[in-house]
Design a protein around this ligand. Sequence first.
Ligand SMILES: Cc1cc2nc3c(=O)[nH]c(=O)nc-3n(C[C@H](O)[C@H](O)[C@H](O)COP(=O)(O)OP(=O)(O)OC[C@H]3O[C@@H](n4cnc5c(N)ncnc54)[C@H](O)[C@@H]3O)c2cc1C
Length: 63
Amino acid sequence: MLGDSAHATTPNLDQGACQAIESAFALARLLHLEPTLEKALQVYYRLRKKRTVFTTQTSWQVG
Ligand SMILES: Cc1cc2nc3c(=O)[nH]c(=O)nc-3n(C[C@H](O)[C@H](O)[C@H](O)COP(=O)(O)OP(=O)(O)OC[C@H]3O[C@@H](n4cnc5c(N)ncnc54)[C@H](O)[C@@H]3O)c2cc1C
């Protein structure tokens, strides 16, 4: 759902733990704010996918 199990990355941008922490914060916040688990996970996926894909792809290119 988050961290290396969901968006593992090459080490070239030093973003593995950073993105895990961002995802954890986003998920905790959404679980608090959204009315249902399903809605929280939908918003979480939308919110985090673009950024984690960007960091993993950019890290790969830098490497
Ligand atoms: C040498 C090195 C340098 C790094 N430098 C940086 C850096 O400068 N900046 C940065 O942002 N990131 C860095 N990273 C990446 C960062 O460490 C990872 O991206 C981050 O730790 C991922 O966190 P996680 O919680 O997803 O996974 P993990 O930290 O791997 O945590 C997973 C945990 O689950 C446990 N576990 C596994 N299987 C089971 C099971 N079946 N039952 C119970 N527990 C289990 C493991 O023991 C572990 O404690 C570095 C990584 C390495 C290896």
